[in-house]
Design a protein around this ligand. Structure first.
Ligand code: TRP
Length: 452
């Protein structure tokens, strides 16, 4: 139990942990998914529920994941088992980690397809294919991409290989370097895009759309999506943060670290929304356009602004990097498990897992073309996997982690890691025992039994 470090290595400092975890958290979830689900769910009230979920459910659960990982210094399955045993609980708690790994694999399969779209747009921007595009043309270009499985397959394959290569290289060399250089640049470019959005005529409308809370538009389904997204965007509920926590130095404060990560992630999502919606409104586009929202709005904006080709290329490169550092973290827990449990070489484990997720990804990219008739519960494969992972598996993983941290782990062990002031610890403990599990359970319950 008292391992000083993980056999996988450890982060060079607290800041590297913050960077790596932020690299995991900030990704397509913030820049692609958050704006489009906000658009589909009517804006303001949805954003407010999302913010509440981050603060009341996401942040406390993230603290639990970090401390469980750091205490055991092992992959999520073994970490949960060891920490349970130390407090006299059953090693079966490790099963949460099994569901988590499955979630990671399923998320990766559609995530890398969208990562592939981003790579395609980097090329299109660089070549000037989208120069001066109108909103109709941008919509048609996106539709043409989805209808072309061969192109989708090439980009999905490249994105998968890029991700597997970094995971195979290990946490220090691979993940740290990618994050340290790219995260700050992403942020600067997002601010430039925000500046442009403020100069368009649609800024006030975009702002109001996001921050005017009209609760009549809020449904239980929208609340579920907001809750599920708070897990998705913070990389919670599947062991990513637990695995990253297992590489964290013992001296760093978990509370402060987690708050920093949560704040950065939320900031990026809000800025992305504030950059995208004004572009949508000033060009008369539909905020509820769905998954294509970012891919049809940004080319129009870059097509109009000075140096648009340059900024556009850079912007898609950075989204690609954000997606990449997140995709890496989807595979890391499972690779750590394969290495620790079966003594596999890191490189073999990464390749074996890579082949599986790449294959599943093909079913996702086929959802838009050759497999569009194939549905599960009325959804195509892509939407189905997105729905069950973000809205069911991650929240369920989250509830179980919260219940575990609140009821099974002894206070003295939790506090040995968290070292919170007494009052704050009480609040956190109440959140683990009651608030977070009840909030998730209520939303899941009403989803299954709608009130109307
Ligand atoms: N948080 C990432 C994003 O917003 C996606 C992600 C990475 C993730 N690792 C995860 C989501 C683990 C859920 C669980 O793009």
């Amino acid at each position: 139990m008292r391992n000083k470090t993980s056999i996988q290595g450890s982060w060079a400092s607290r800041w590297i942990f913050i960077l790596a975890a932020t690299g995991s958290a900030v990704g397509l979830g913030n820049i692609w998914k958050f704006p489009y689900i906000t658009g589909e769910n009517g804006g303001g009230a949805f954003v407010l529920v999302y913010l509440a979920c981050i603060l009341l459910v996401g942040i406390p659960i993230m603290m639990a994941e970090v401390f469980i990982g750091r205490r055991a210094r092992k992959n999520p399955i073994n970490a949960l088992s060891d920490v349970a045993e130390e407090s006299g609980g059953s090693r079966k708690w490790g099963l949460i980690g099994v569901m988590g790994m499955l979630s990671g694999v399923l998320i990766f399969s559609f995530y890398s397809v969208v990562g592939g779209w981003v790579l395609h747009y980097i090329k299109a921007m660089l070549m000037g294919d989208l120069a001066g595009t109108t909103s109709d043309q941008a919509g048609a270009a996106f539709g043409a991409l989805l209808g072309d499985p061969a192109t989708l397959l090439i980009w999905h394959t490249i994105f998968s290989i890029m991700t597997i290569a970094v995971v195979a290289a290990g946490i220090n060399k691979g993940i740290e370097t990618a994050t340290r250089i790219m995260m700050p640049i992403l942020f600067v470019l997002l601010i430039i895009l925000l500046g442009y959005a403020m100069s368009t005529g649609g800024f006030a409308e975009g702002w109001n759309f996001m921050f005017q809370f009209d609760f009549s538009k809020l449904t239980w389904n929208a609340a579920l999506i907001a809750l599920g997204h708070s897990f998705f965007t913070l990389s919670l509920g599947m062991g990513t943060i637990m695995a990253y926590g297992s590489y964290m130095t013992k001296s760093a404060s978990i509370g402060k670290t987690v708050l920093t990560i949560g704040a950065l992630d939320t900031l990026v999502a809000l800025v992305a929304g504030l950059a995208i919606f004004p572009i949508i409104f000033s060009n008369g586009m539909d905020p509820a356009a769905g998954p294509g929202l970012m891919f049809i709005s940004l080319p129009v904006a870059f097509g109009q602004m000075p140096f648009g080709q340059l900024f556009g290329t850079m912007f898609f490169v950075l989204i690609g990097v954000a997606a990449w550092t997140s995709a890496i973290s989807l595979l890391e827990p499972t690779v750590a498990f394969l290495v620790e449990r079966f003594r596999m070489k890191r490189i073999s484990a990464s390749i074996a897992l890579g082949v599986v997720v790449w294959g599943l990804g093909i079913a996702c990219l086929g959802s838009f073309n050759f497999m569009s008739d194939f549905t599960l519960f009325g959804k195509n494969t892509f939407d189905f996997l997105d729905y069950i992972t973000a809205n069911i598996m991650l929240p369920l993983g989250g509830i179980l982690i919260a219940l575990f941290a609140g009821w099974v782990v002894k206070d003295k062990f939790a506090q040995d890691e968290l070292k919170l002031p007494e009052g704050i610890y009480k609040l956190w403990n109440i959140s683990m025992k009651f608030t977070a599990p009840i909030a998730v359970a209520v939303v899941l319950y009403f989803l299954i039994n709608p009130m109307q």
